[in-house]
Write a protein that binds this ligand. Structure first.
Ligand code: PXG
Length: 441
């Protein structure tokens, strides 16, 4: 096919879609063609309420004029600047803004282009930090069952989702996993569950098994999102911090979902009052508009590299698009919106209404658990016997038909709306979901 003879726009065959049942989708496609505020517009002209902020990323809602203007202005001024051995002002400005909003001590920012790249970057920095400190035997990484850290090799190695791992060979060597924190006795807890802080002590077992001098870092999501919203029991993250510190192990928080106001604070680290050594971010950093991620590091981590002759590269890592000008401009505009509209505080203010509306689904058919924190919600359904995921996926399709976008993982419905959500949207979201649950088989 030549370029002056483009194929019809309804040819769906070429695009191999990510994390999608391609054949099912292409037989019956669902297309968004526009978005504004809390709503998407479908190709057949319907309005669909965004209950998931895209994929947990459009925290300020859609089509924000400030972001659009920033992208236009930057594209006109300068499209790209080399990321290695050259700089441009907006990358430095964005890094400084991130440092200023991060937990104190997280003073340095390494730019990436996605959550997956932030994870790879943090894992590599962690191992290299230990080596730079003269702790070169510390090469092991510890993740957690049901953890999601993106889809690159490091991320799926420390991650704990079997389908994301089993098809891809031997993965990274020297990785171990803590148990997840989803306990049946915490079912229907509103907010952070009370039971299970003891699960952090499993890390002591792993440390005793391998020897602390072999372990570089532990990585966890403060709240596990992708595997269906698994919350940290009260005291759990503090305990992880104490144990890692006592054994010279770095703690990495993967804040790709919990960053930028999702819990009603800038980061999960702020919400839980626990500061890690490294923090992975992406998604909400640019409101999902332009791909960008960032790893935040403490001064201790950063300064471990700042030795040797000044003219030598300290860290052999980076991407062509690290700190890309248009992404940096988008990030700056996004952070300005968060600040001007106090969106993190807004999320905290509306979270109790969200919690009550969500938990009002208790008792509806098939519902076996409900979990929430900040502007995150999950409704777990009993699977249809012999057909795991089918019931929740049907709920997704039915909600979409009724004008509401939800997200499902397994038989769990996960919700994470833009932080600009109003009470009327919350009513629409849970009203529709309740109607759907009542008619599901
Ligand atoms: N870490 C965490 C904690 C994530 O949630 C990533 C890393 C990877 O980010 P990128 O930008 O490489 O995709 C994520 C991504 C869902 C869903 O529906 C979640 C993610 C992505 C897509 C869908 O739960 N999280």
């Amino acid at each position: 096919m030549s370029l002056d003879n483009p194929s019809a726009p309804n040819d769906l065959s070429a695009f191999w879609m990510p994390f999608t049942a391609n054949r099912q989708f292409k037989a019956n496609p669902r297309m968004f063609v526009a978005a504004d505020g809390m709503y998407y517009t479908t190709s057949d002209g319907r309005q669909v309420l965004d209950g998931t902020a895209g994929l947990w990323c459009c925290n300020a809602g859609h089509k924000r004029p400030k972001i659009i203007e920033a992208i236009k202005a930057q594209a006109e001024e300068m499209d790209y600047a080399p990321a290695f051995q050259m700089g441009h002002p907006k990358a430095f400005e964005l890094a400084a803004r991130l440092r200023d909003m991060a937990p104190s001590g997280m003073d340095h920012v390494f730019f990436t282009n996605s959550g997956s790249e932030s994870v790879e970057t943090a894992l590599k920095i962690a191992i290299a930090t230990q080596r730079a400190r003269g702790q070169g035997t510390r090469t092991r990484l510890v993740g957690r069952e049901r953890g999601y850290h993106g889809v690159n090799f490091g991320g799926i190695s420390v991650g704990g989702i079997v389908n994301n791992r089993r098809h891809f060979g031997a993965l990274l060597a020297g990785v171990d996993h803590m148990p997840h924190t989803h306990l049946p006795e915490n079912a229907y807890t509103k907010g952070q569950p009370g039971h299970g802080a003891y699960l952090a002590d499993e890390l002591e077992r792993i440390i005793a098994l391998h020897g602390p001098e072999t372990i570089a870092a532990v990585i966890v999501e403060p709240v596990a999102g992708s595997t269906g919203v698994i919350l940290p029991p009260k005291g759990y993250l503090k305990r992880l911090r104490e144990i890692t510190k006592a054994h010279g192990i770095l703690l990495i928080f993967d804040e790709v979902i919990t960053g930028f106001g999702r819990l009603g604070a800038a980061f999960g680290a702020d919400f839980f009052g626990v500061t890690p050594d490294l923090m992975c971010t992406a998604k909400g950093l640019t409101n999902g508009t332009i791909p960008m991620g960032a790893v935040l590091a403490t001064a201790e981590v950063h300064d471990a590299f700042m030795h040797g002759p000044d003219h030598l590269i300290e860290l052999f890592h980076g991407y062509t698009y690290s700190g890309n000008p248009i992404a940096a401009a988008t990030g700056l505009a996004t952070l300005e919106i968060y600040r001007e509209e106090a969106l993190f505080e807004r999320a905290a203010d509306i979270a109790p209404y969200w919690e009550d509306a969500l938990h009002s689904l208790k008792g509806l058919p098939h519902v076996i658990d409900i979990r929430n924190l900040g502007l995150i919600g999950a409704v777990e359904l009993a699977p249809i016997e012999g057909q795991p995921t089918a019931r929740a996926f049907q709920a997704f399709l039915d909600c979409y038909d009724k004008g509401v976008l939800i997200r499902t993982t397994g038989d769990i419905i996960a919700l994470s709306p833009p932080l600009i959500i109003e009470k009327s949207h919350i009513d629409q979201l849970f009203g529709t979901l309740a109607d759907v649950l009542k008619t599901l088989h």
